[in-house]
Write a protein that binds this ligand. Sequence first.
Ligand code: ASP
Length: 315
Amino acid sequence: MNTTFYDIDPSRIRFALHGGAGELGPDAGPQDAQRAALSRIAAAAQTLLLDGGSALDAVTLAVQQLEDCPLFNAGIGAVLNRDGQPELDAAIMRGEDRGCGAVAGVSRVGSPIQLARAIMEQTPHVFFAGTGAEQIAEQLGLPMTTAEHFITPQRLRQLAAAKKAGAIVLDHDAAFGTVGAVARDARGHLAAATSTGGLTNKLPGRIGDTPVIGVGTFADDSSCAISCTGTGEAFIRAGFANAVHARIAWNDWTLPAACDAALEAVKHYEGRGGCIAIGCDGAIVTAFNSQCLYRAWVGADGVLQVAILAEDGKP
Ligand code: ASP
């Protein structure tokens, strides 16, 4: 399948974002604050796309705003590692030419997704980690901060509970999660971006699927754009996004069928979670094998929808 367009046609606009997948506890409540945040941020991205903005700018804007929202596991309010530190991962990819940038294990960069994009646009490389990544951010003049900037009391409590239980916890089990966005712009170009703090009580230095291009984040105008959330180790073993891309590009699978098959592989490797994806044909998928996926999307009808549970509906 190859449907690349270059003229402007607003009817091509599609957008989806997620704020993580997982299980809602019995006391979770209606999640009004999360729904409002997802709606506000998706609306901002939709406006940008309707104003003629690129898919790349739309996913950057959405993920940056989600990083700044303490309700989700990225940027401010990211989960903490075993030593009580945030170690943030992010990646971005442009479907037009497979340009991409990724960053892992940073704690002093104001916006990890901004750094991922700067790596893509301003360096000859794709993937930076740790202190080297922070040095590049400084050299590129990006806003820097301190680890404390990202730490919230709720995350300190969550870490204490995980340590008490002796567990490395998927953040979604506490009903917050990794963030990501996918878009198709009026020219037909695709883009994807994802940002996360990873898993609560993770070992220092651990990196999940999020910043791994072709696993947690991927875009190619000839197939689809994908952003994942869930048990990173299982998504890596499943080669998630590349598996979806390959089925579409080489075997003519539909996007929903390809995402479902990749999620089956995640389950096989004892993982849980989900993905949001937009196909080059304009199909939108929000798929998950956990109880919930915090999500919002704008489909062919241009109507913004927000959903958390399976029964809230899908595109
Ligand atoms: N996939 C992320 C990771 O394993 C976690 C998440 O989606 O919340 O780092």
